[in-house]
Design a protein around this ligand. Structure first.
Ligand SMILES: C[S@@+](CC[C@H](N)C(=O)[O-])C[C@H]1O[C@@H](n2cnc3c(N)ncnc32)[C@H](O)[C@@H]1O
Length: 244
């Protein structure tokens, strides 16, 4: 099976050689960072239409989590275009964090469309090192379709726990690898080296459920959903919450 994966990977690599050469020369990443926000803008609308009721149900739990300030301090990790703003209740004070500053235009548009929220600031940084954010400063952290793209899910989850106050909640909606031994996983393995370049670092075969289970949350609840967009090689999704 491994030899077959390698052979097919090589075939895909040859078919997409210019992309890989550009990546090798450091020319692809800046291009990807510029176009990816446009791709996400389109995909976000599609995703949200399909998952609207689930997101609404998940984020309805934010009500009543206000800290000492009377507001809910919420960190949108890997904020992208601001895909979740419409689902948050009034009274949330949002901090956005994303390493890609090209999302700013889309984020500003989402903010203008969701005036029931307060926006604290947009921090351009990686989730693995959120030194701009103080320990225990957040009531809620949200991560949707982000843990697939980070360099180290383990370090990001440690940082999430650091910035959450005791009892604070981490809400997530993430995709993960198809089941072991399936043809779908084989195709994910074949496409991953090329997909990572096209989709701004997204790993198709990440075992995000295991990463969440090994992180030291005091409580963890999640449910699994089938892949959302059938024409993409993205696997099943998990949605849920963890308590610090
Ligand atoms: C697929 S997009 C999802 C955006 C948004 N959360 C959503 O649900 O539409 C992945 C996002 O994660 C961001 N990202 C990539 N690496 C990251 C990292 N190390 N830390 C935080 N965010 C990261 C990307 O810039 C991008 O905005």
């Amino acid at each position: 099976m491994d030899a077959l994966v390698r052979l097919l990977q090589l075939l895909v690599l040859l078919l997409t050689l210019p992309l890989h050469l550009m990546a090798l020369l450091g020319l692809w990443e800046p291009l990807c960072k510029s176009y990816f926000p446009y791709v996400m803008d389109v995909l976000t609308a599609k995703n949200n239409r399909k998952i609207e009721s689930k997101k609404r149900e998940l984020f309805s739990q934010i009500k009543g989590l206000a800290g000492a300030s009377g507001k809910v301090a919420l960190l949108e990790l890997g904020s992208g275009t601001g895909a979740n703003f419409q689902f948050y209740p009034a009274g949330c004070r949002i901090t956005c964090l994303d390493p890609n500053p090209h999302f700013q235009t889309f984020l500003t548009k989402s903010m203008a469309e969701n005036r029931h929220l307060e926006y604290e600031r947009f921090v351009v940084a990686f989730g693995e090192d959120m030194k701009e954010l103080a320990d225990g400063s957040m009531d809620v952290v949200v991560s949707t379709l982000v843990l697939c793209s980070v360099q180290s899910p383990k370090r990001v989850l440690q940082e999430v726990q650091r910035v959450l106050r005791p009892g604070g909640l981490f809400f997530f909606w993430e995709h993960m690898a198809e089941p072991q031994g399936s043809w779908a996983l084989l195709w994910q393995q074949v496409l991953e080296p090329t997909w990572k370049h096209i989709a701004d670092g997204c790993c198709l075969t990440r075992e995000t459920r295991k990463d969440l289970e090994s992180a030291k949350f005091s409580e963890l609840q999640m449910e699994q959903h089938p892949p959302l967009l059938k024409w993409l090689p993205v696997g099943p999704h998990i949605m849920g919450k963890a308590v610090k």
